[in-house]
Design a protein around this ligand. Sequence first.
Ligand SMILES: [Zn+2]
Length: 494
Amino acid sequence: MITWQRLQRMPRDEQRALQGQLLQRYVREHLYPFSPHYREVFDRAGVRPEQMRSIDDLRRLPLSSKQDLLPTAGEPQRFKRFVLQPDPAKIRAAWPLRRKLPLLWQRWTQGVEAVRTRVRQEFAPCFMTFTTGRSAEPVPFFYSPHDIQNLHRTGARLIDVMGLSTEYRVANVFPYAPHLAFWQVFFAGQATGMMALSTGGGKVMGSTGDLRAITRLRADALIGVPGYVYHLLRRAAQEGLDLSSIRCVVLGAERVAPGLKAKITALLAATGAHDVRVFGTYGFTEARMAWAECPTPDNAYTGYHLYPDLAIFEVVDPKTGEVVPEGEDGELVFTPLAARASTVFRYRTGDRVRGGLRYDPCPHCGRTVPRISSDLTRESSLADLQLLKVKGTLINLEDCALLLGSMPEIEEWQIELRKKDDDPLEVDEIVVHVAVKDGCSHELATRNLRELFKSRLEVSPNHVEFLGLEAMLRKIGMETEMKEKRFVDARPKS
Ligand SMILES: [Zn+2]
């Protein structure tokens, strides 16, 4: 096995050759023989597993998506068809001698039970997390002990990419939930021996409890969801707390708005923490791993550094599903190379990336692994509210979110969709609720907000409504909801 140390500096052509080899093995020895769903996909497409030899061969197969995993009337547990299901006969038929010999040797020396345990260690589901999303049913994704090992491995790589010291004390304020973000941090701590205090986030301990934990721990690193981390730091600044121990902030589970890093460093400076590195990360349930940006003195958005031995990413045109030329915008498609238990293949993430994938060495850290541009629009959290036609223009709510999150005068916000005059047959209206910084004039904020919307989205909100900060925090459910309510659909059902 190639070490991460070597892999992260490997020339691109060698990485591609390695990915081709890993892909070939993965399809022949795991995916095709053991995945009920993908075996059918291969057979229907008339593709033999032997034909998957390089990254370019991926496009022989159709894309799959979240739709394939959702329950149907006839099949309420479709997600099970995505779990690798080996049995002795299938293993005998699919595995080459190179893999069977150790099993035969073990059966001979230690007995059949030892072999069974070994196979269970690799394949048997022992842990799960769920996809989140407002309209779709949550779908469980299973991990085997082998996948948990990978979660340790990617945890250690995250720490390495961000350049964090294993001596750091970490405050993990991700919501305690069966979601990837919380557990990726937990296992990163386990893998590196880093001291991590996982508080469970605002809903479990409240911001008072979290801030007390951070100051008592004298935490070096603060890790959580962007909206909640911002809220915590604002409170710390208001209360005059000393957070001077903090040296880095890691944001995950949601897109980091372009102006947010600057807003966070300003708040940190007010609590005595200077020269702090702020990182964005990217991960999703189906990947069962996460990727990070590398550090720069000015907290640049350096892109998410990938692990080429664990997965292949493609960028496709969201309409046609065709792979787009390098560096072009499109939807990210994910193919794992070392997954067991729940496994997807050529999977549409729903996440759109501007600037596509970069393959040149990172100008900041010099690593040669591919990078996903930090300019990412995540679709999964919005589902049906995604695209909205207002005054004849199609707008993306996630873009609105990024604009609002980046405006320095805005503290908190919520977007509400209404129908004009509450009439189901009328046009859609956008109402933006905002809480502004102390001393900021409402007229000025409204003007700036309208101008920004107009220039970036070619549409202006129908109404801008102001609330005090505390009322706004209650409105979005900060500390009471698992996820802040940033979008509300108040349109009457027609
Ligand atoms: Zn880098």
